[in-house]
Design a protein around this ligand. Sequence first.
Ligand code: AMP
Length: 618
Amino acid sequence: MAKVSINIATGTLQQEELIVGIDLGTTNSLVAVIHPDTRQPVALKDVDQTTLVPSILHFGEQGSISVGHSARPFLETDPSNTIYSVKRLMGKSYKDISQNSGFFSYKVIDDDSDRLVKIQVGQKFYSPIELSSYILAELKHRAEHVLKTNISKCVITVPAYFNDAQRQATRDAGKLAGLEVLRIINEPTAASLAYGIGLNQDESKTIAVYDLGGGTFDVSILKLTDGIFEVLSTHGDTYLGGDDFDHLIVKQFIAQLGLTEEELHTHKALAQTIRLSAEQAKKTLSDQTSFSAEIGGEKVHITRDEFESLIQPLIEKTLDSCRQSLKDSGLSPADIETIVMVGGSTRVPAVKNAVANFFGKAVNDTVNPDEVVALGAAIQADILAGNNKEVLLLDVTPLSLGIETMGGLMDVIIPRNSKIPSRAGRQYTTHKDGQSGIQIAVYQGERDLVKDNRKLAEFTLSGIPGMPAGLPKVDIQFILNTDGILQVKASELRSGIAQTIEVKPQYGLTDTEVENMLLASMTHAKEDIQLRALVEATTEAEQMLQLTENFLHKHQVHITEAEQASARLGMTQLQDAIQGKDKNAIMAATEALNQLTTPFAERVMDIAVGEALKGKEI
Ligand code: AMP
């Protein structure tokens, strides 16, 4: 199935490698590829003809690891050695998940709440990255088996709300599985691509992507302009999904069977049968108006109307998220031009209708909602393989990146919403004579003061040879790669010393923190502008004071006592103004001191020039 081309230089045949698209999901994962003959994206099936690989791992006694369908039965029979929902732990510390730790039936280690979590299975400890790599390796294996070729490159999708740490963790998992991750893309972006949205470079559109899976829900508002997707806002509930629909049906069934929830705790097998029957009922009710079955000789029954009224409050919760997401992006339902449905639970007709009613237009639901994200990832993979030359897909960075400058100010180097990959740089200098090192602190966020933003990394460019303040040329380059991972390069151009760091945060922002940071920057905008102006005026004033002090000291002989006294007075007035924290007063006093000292400076300059010319022949 792989393509073959001829290398004109050597005359040899070379196989073009297929790049796969992977949806690494909380409940299910899958792998897709563009079929070389039909040029259509297809999700790859296993021998059972299923495309979904349950994101479940089981660790057997002899160290064997099973992944997917074969691991699923162990959820009931061997829960402490069976891992599910590992995506919820990616790039997280124990502190991040402590509120939800009851959700996991396996052991999540809590010895150091600030470090990334580990999972204990028997005597061994695994990171979520390692565990995810087993799922990815299974997908790679499936792709190689079906496509009969080696697969080493892929595109992996992540939720739009994933932060740097979570994206980095996903990328590392790919690497561990023997896959080069060419790009990490947002799930809503992938889903849109699967509907052909974004494939036309001139297209501009506002899109809502509603994703209701088995255990998680999120909605993202995307803006597409000239082939670039920007996430305007995203909202959701990471513990809401089709499983909750099942629980509600289970409750109805146990009532019909005359059982109590307590009784089920001691009858695990019966509880499982009822749960499976409830899920069956839910799926049946997507096409039919009623469902009935027998459990242990007793009848259970549910109609579509009953089911819809049971789940109504949950659907309402998802609509609240849609409302919030619209509010955050400053849009109304009518502004949304296209709605894309993702996740198995969007097959429920009541869900589809509620979303269509909310936005006041029909939803896009023709592509299989379980596969749509992986299919979009395959389209992106194909574009990266260079097979679709007209399209150049770009993503944007959600928060600004910059460094701390004097006075604790944030100096933005790559602004929010910049296309990635991107590269930008700026030059700085020292403010002390003979300064041999400069501290570079990298921040992410929209606020003017770094203390209100998030620190990503800090390092020192050391070994700058002694030079007067202002002479060194310190060049800072930010290189943001296609996955949103940042490399910072600092070099002093006169001496050539340089240092580079890759910014890999220990663990990143919580799901809502990115949103909150953006929101905070808007709420505090006015206050921030005033503060920035004050900090800038103060920094300038302090530099002026330092300069005057140095000047008076160096050129004492050429300055009269009266001039010295008036300069000292100007300096005291400026110091008082700094204390007073009034920007206008500081600027006025700085200017006054400047006016006062300019004539001395000019005179001293003339003297210096005169001395230099003395005795020289012209
Ligand atoms: P996902 O996480 O996207 O794979 O979604 C899986 C969820 O979709 C599970 O809760 C399934 O029970 C649910 N699901 C799958 N098929 C259907 C269907 N025909 N009707 C309703 N829910 C479904």
